[in-house]
Write a protein that binds this ligand. Structure first.
Ligand code: ADP
Length: 189
């Protein structure tokens, strides 16, 4: 049964999708898309963790995600520190969404979900599986591949590719010049 407030209006369901998002990838986008088909709103919550050494600052990650979701009113971006369940409670979210790529994710996620339930039994953790093509994708791998000169175009939103180039000071790929003879032939065709 949908939750209703005192006036009898249906309460909008809000899910929190927490993580580092350093940077956000198409795997994350896949999970957010699936969450939007189940929940009314999704808040992408970036964990502020001074012990980690991220590539992108929290401010940069917020800006990147805002740009990736421009015009999507059902998606918000926020930052948090401290206990996730306390943050979710303050936000009025009753669900935490996490992505499960493979068995290797499971053990840690299972532990976290049970601990969060113990800390706050009112908040439920929901796991979603991405499309198979994203099941090997991680932010760490994207950074490594890009740094080594590999192509990340199909793996991240355009804004992330641009920001990676800016961060590493790499020039955009130079278009391969078409020889003059072939250009003339193409014009005639
Ligand atoms: P964290 O440091 O919390 O793992 P991440 O940004 O790496 O932060 O991941 C945030 C969430 O997104 C986690 O639930 C993670 O399992 C999920 N996730 C990351 N990459 C993918 C992917 N390719 N497909 C599905 N879920 C993913």
């Amino acid at each position: 049964m949908p939750h209703r407030n005192r006036e009898g209006h249906r309460k909008r369901s809000l899910a929190v999708f927490p993580g580092s998002f350093d940077p956000i990838t198409n795997g994350h986008l896949d999970i957010i898309g699936r969450s939007l088909s189940v929940f009314d709103q999704v808040t992408i919550a970036i964990l502020v963790n001074p012990e980690k050494h991220p590539l992108f600052t929290v401010e940069e990650r917020v800006a990147i995600i805002r740009e990736a979701f421009q015009g999507e009113e059902r998606v918000q971006v926020d930052t948090f520190s401290g206990l996730l369940v306390d943050y979710a409670e303050r936000l009025g979210a009753s669900v935490i969404v996490r992505g499960l790529r493979a068995i290797s994710d499971f053990e840690f996620e299972f532990q976290m979900a049970l601990m969060n339930r113990r800390l706050n039994p009112r908040i439920e953790t929901v796991f979603m599986m991405p499309a198979e093509s994203y099941s090997y994708l991680s932010s760490r791998l994207v950074k490594e591949v890009f740094q080594l000169g590999g192509r990340v175009r199909e793996l991240v939103p355009a804004v992330v590719e641009r920001r990676l180039r800016e961060k590493y000071g790499t020039a955009p790929p130079v278009p391969v010049p078409v020889p003059a003879r072939r250009r003339a032939r193409a014009r005639r065709a």
